[in-house]
Write a protein that binds this ligand. Structure first.
Ligand SMILES: [Ca+2]
Ligand SMILES: [Ca+2]
Ligand SMILES: [Ca+2]
Length: 318
């Protein structure tokens, strides 16, 4: 036997390698999985991702991430510890007490109505909404999610009657009748003068990973990992569900989608492709430790499925 392959054998070897490497559809998530690590700094407009939802300087601009004019679902993954998020239990009910938990998603308006947000108190997920003169409601989850494992969080709101739902890992933990009506950010809304001046750098933003106004230690920010944030203009879940096993793909109800796979830089891209979009997020980086930081983590224990020849790529990712 010659030690050199004949041309047909070389061709055959090349074809086998091509098959193993899976030329054709290549997984886009598995090779570039990342998440964001926040540190709860909660000062100086840092350690957060800011997504603009209104701009008083322009008229008629549509902002696809401005949830609340329709039904909506807001969902994301988080991984964090109770040591990093020690705030105690929140008294839920007809109030705005959600702002006293470690704020994870902040769509507050300082001292004004039409607002909502998600926080953590005693490790439980807390979801609060305020209508336009229609009252306030804060819902509390029933189990701690602060065990340093990934959890899928979904909150929903029905516009017609204000009904609210809170799911953790696909389990319905709380639901309630909340305030009715439109809770989207009022077009060209005027921020109040509560932020050492008008709250123009906090009110008209959807903020991920921090309490948006830096209003003090009574309103702590989240510390931990966040990934795969999806905003939808429908009620996604009408009962318990299996938590997602792969990154989301855009569909017509997806108004903003952040895979958070950039891995570097200060852009959190919106890949929804929705009308009025995209609604990109901007990382506001700073503090000690410096947050948010890109980390090579993913909520998905295995890379997403791909159609052909993924065996080789899968094995080297692990
Ligand atoms: Ca209601
Ligand atoms: Ca608006
Ligand atoms: Ca990601």
């Amino acid at each position: 036997m010659s030690r050199h392959l004949t041309m047909p054998r070389r061709l055959a070897l090349v074809l086998v390698l091509v098959g193993l490497l899976g030329l054709g559809p290549v997984p886009t998530q598995g090779a570039a999985s990342a998440a964001l690590r926040f540190y709860g700094n909660g000062v100086n407009d840092i350690d957060r991702v800011k997504i603009r939802i209104d701009d008083p300087a322009t008229s008629g601009g549509a902002f696809s991430a401005d949830l609340g004019a329709t039904d909506f679902t807001l969902e994301f993954w988080l991984r964090a510890t109770s040591a990093d998020n020690p705030a105690g239990a929140i008294a839920c009910g007809a109030n705005v007490n959600w702002i006293n938990g470690h704020v994870v998603i902040d769509r507050d308006r300082y001292n004004q109505d039409r607002k909502f947000g998600v926080s953590l108190g005693a490790g439980r997920v807390v979801f609060g909404v305020s209508g336009a003169g229609t009252g306030d409601r804060t819902l509390c989850g029933t189990t701690s999610v602060l065990d340093d494992a990934w959890h899928h969080i979904a909150v929903q709101r029905r516009r017609s009657d204000g009904r609210l739902w809170l799911f953790v890992d696909g389990a319905l933990q709380a639901e309630a009748d909340g305030p009715d009506g439109d809770v989207s950010y009022p077009d060209d809304g005027v921020p109040g003068d509560f932020c050492g001046g008008p709250c123009v750098n906090s009110d008209p933003f959807l903020v991920i990973g921090a309490e948006k106004h830096d209003a003090g230690t009574a309103y702590p920010s989240f510390a931990g990992l966040i990934d795969e944030v999806r905003l939808s203009n429908v009620l996604r879940y009408n009962g318990p569900f299996f938590r997602p096993s792969a990154p989301f793909s855009p569909d017509p109800a997806t108004v903003a989608l952040y895979h958070l796979d950039e891995g570097s830089g200060t852009l959190a891209a919106d890949s929804a492709g929705a009308p009025g979009g995209p609604s990109p997020g901007t990382l506001r980086v700073g503090g000690s430790p410096i947050g948010p930081a890109w980390v090579p983590d993913t909520p998905f224990s295995t890379p997403p499925p791909c159609t052909t020849g993924c065996l080789f790529l899968t094995s080297i990712q692990r």
